[in-house]
Design a protein around this ligand. Sequence first.
Ligand SMILES: *[C@@H]1O[C@H](CO)[C@@H](O)[C@H](O)[C@H]1NC(C)=O
Length: 193
Amino acid sequence: MAISTTFFSLLSIIFFSIFSSLTLAEDSHFFHKTISPKLLDLHKEKLSRLHFYFHDIVSGPNPTAVNVAQAQMTKTSPTAFGSVIMADDPLTSGPEPDSKLVGKAQGIYAFAAQDEVGLLMVMNFAFTEGKYNGSTLSVLGRNTVFSAVREITIVGGSGLFRFARGYAKAKTHTFDLKTGNAVVEYNVYVFHY
Ligand SMILES: *[C@@H]1O[C@H](CO)[C@@H](O)[C@H](O)[C@H]1NC(C)=O
């Protein structure tokens, strides 16, 4: 009798310590631990190229980019320094405005340079096409819009683009001096899983 009681208490101690170490692993109070990439289903990193056209429509009845702030001196600045634009610009597979929509460029571009037209771009490319629907790429880069080709940094992503990093090559396809509307060709190169 005494032996079996001892045995059971020993068993329960063993069981309890295994159980509590399991619950410790799930403890919501832990701050840091190293985990295996496999736990997040991360296997092999790959390199993707995306190609699309960015439509920046600033005038007409349905603008997709609007001025939300500017400085007093922006009016007299030859480079529009200080102007801040909020955009929800269509991204399409071809240069025509009615070509297939693949996503939207949502965020801010601001005129951040005084000696040339140089934009600070802080935005997300929110994709809606096929398996990329719901995935995003985050842009934090510099865009000197009158340069032939601009390299813009991709700093991260979500969904299929988790852990993304890379760059976009932006090349103006058309720029209408009268309306200010622009179509820009984007070639994006990103590493992701
Ligand atoms: C993308 O996903 C949303 C929400 O899940 C869905 O409503 C929409 O129809 C999808 N779009 C395409 C083009 O598949």
